[in-house]
Design a protein around this ligand. Structure first.
Ligand SMILES: C[C@@H]1O/C(=N\OC(=O)Nc2ccccc2)[C@@H](O)[C@H](O)[C@@H]1O
Length: 460
């Protein structure tokens, strides 16, 4: 890939607004992108082929579920301590209540597998600073709760046994740690933050050493000035993780370069192994630039709840079909999709999540092998009826229909020189006709499935 030119991103959203330009006036960076283009090692190919992952936000915030002293807060439940302005000492005492006696890692993994998830990303430590594993570097961890046991090991073992790749979410932002700083205003801040950096690096190496099955790290909480002023810290963490496991996979949220540019360095090159700026929204259907890099979108089932919230009636909750369309749109643009679950403090999932899991699992069992796993950008002109997916394993091209035209005619426009040969739908070949410049019109049978359905396209 030629270096991409990017406008200086002000927020993660801006960072995704990349514009291609073949420029050679790259500036020298010490803490910029370590490579350009898509990794082609087996581990990254597996990440890409997986396409569909389960995101799990689980921590002390899962106990109050968005409610404090009788008040329900509308914001994201994992941010309750912040919204409700709860003093650390009060919030941290929740650790003495954390006892997920209904947690069954094998059941969780079984549900995840049945839902079609090929990988999972779990919050080892969110902004609150509480660690789901027994850490040598803090008392604010699972060992100092009524649960006591190494919950993360139970989780890693069960998901690995189920054949689901495990990734760790780790928040750099840490409301609990005394050396965390939002900005570096003086030498004292700088000294404290350097101690925090050592703490975070030690914890990350500890996670790699205790759970060697982990495939990669999903960093978050890296938007503050303190982190943006210390590009070297983010660079050193990625370097340290890769020294232990050269093919560990790290998301772009970790990184800031010499000038505080995030996700993409000041030369417009992606830092980390895949772009992770798409949070609760997706690229435009015709965004061909995003197809040139590895990327992953993460998505909540309600509008904005990552941790368990008691009351989902407070916002729109996505249906299974809405979620399926988001998943397929993501794959059609060459991205991975991470669907979030927020288990309760007791270790159980809410009914809405169980129902969604069941619905998407049924669909995945029929279609995922063709249009999700190994799915990628097909480079065909987008149409209103749905999305194209190229399966990079079989080399086959598919259409996935979400918006059935009343005409029952599916329009397909092929690149110059390409001709439509066969259209397979279930066990039959569909009729189609060609209209000069208009392209092809495929005639759908009278009865089509009452769910998103696929058809195969053969071209010559
Ligand atoms: C996945 C989510 O990630 C977060 N924050 O991400 C962002 O702030 N993303 C962001 C920021 C600015 C623009 C667009 C996205 C966390 O605060 C949240 O609790 C959750 O873990």
């Amino acid at each position: 890939l030629k270096p991409l030119k990017v406008n200086e991103p002000k927020t993660v959203t801006d960072a995704v607004g990349i514009e291609m330009s073949s420029t050679n006036d790259s500036i020298t960076l010490k803490y910029g992108a370590q490579y350009i283009g898509k990794r082609q090692d087996a581990e990254m190919k597996k990440f890409r082929a997986n396409r569909l992952g389960q995101f799990i936000h689980w921590g002390l915030y899962s106990i109050p579920g968005g409610e404090w002293n009788g008040t329900t807060y509308l914001g994201a439940a994992e941010w309750l301590a912040n919204f409700a302005k709860i003093p650390n000492a009060t919030w941290d005492s929740l650790q003495y209540q954390f006892n997920p006696n209904k947690f069954n890692a094998v059941q969780w993994a079984k549900m995840a597998k049945a839902s079609g998830f090929k990988y999972v990303t779990i919050t080892t430590k969110h902004h609150e600073g509480f660690c789901l594993w027994p850490s040598e570097f803090t008392e604010f961890d699972i060992e100092n709760t009524p649960y006591k046991k190494d919950l993360l090991k139970e989780f890693v073992d069960a998901y690995t046994e189920a054949g689901i790749d495990v990734y760790f979410y780790y928040s750099i932002l840490d409301w609990h740690h005394k050396d965390w700083r939002y900005d570096i205003k003086n030498q004292a801040d700088s000294l404290a933050f350097s101690k925090y950096f050592e703490f975070a690096k030690n914890q990350l190496l500890e996670l790699q050493q205790k759970y060697p099955e982990v495939k990669g790290f999903w960093f978050d909480g890296t938007w503050d000035a303190s982190w943006k002023k210390n590009g070297k810290y983010s660079y050193d963490i990625q370097k340290a993780l890769k020294e232990v496991n050269p093919n560990v996979i790290v998301n772009s949220r970790l990184r800031a370069d010499d000038f505080g540019s995030r996700h993409f360095d000041s030369n417009g090159n992606l830092m980390g192994d895949y772009q992770s700026g798409y949070e609760r929204y997706l690229p435009a259907k015709n965004d061909t630039l995003i197809t040139k890099i590895d990327w992953e979108a993460c998505m909540t089932i309600p509008v904005n709840q990552w941790g368990y919230h008691k009351d989902w009636s407070l916002s729109h909750v996505k249906s299974a079909n809405e979620i399926l369309e988001l998943i397929v749109k993501t794959v059609s643009l060459g991205g991975n999709f991470l669907l979030n679950y927020g288990p309760k403090g007791d270790g159980t999932f809410r009914n809405e999540e169980l129902e969604i899991s069941n619905s998407i699992g049924n669909w995945m069992s029929k279609y995922a092998d063709k249009v999700i796993y190994y799915g990628d950008y097909a480079n065909l002109k987008p149409q209103d009826w749905g999305y194209y997916v190229k399966n990079t394993n079989s080399g086959k091209f598919y259409g996935v229909v979400f918006n059935l035209p009343l005409s029952k005619l599916l329009k397909i426009e092929l690149p110059n020189g390409k001709k439509l040969k066969v259209v397979n739908f279930e066990t039959e070949k569909l009729e189609y006709h060609h209209h000069d410049k208009m392209g092809y019109f495929i005639s759908l049978p009278e009865n089509t499935p009452n769910e998103p359905f696929i058809f195969e396209i053969l071209m010559e």
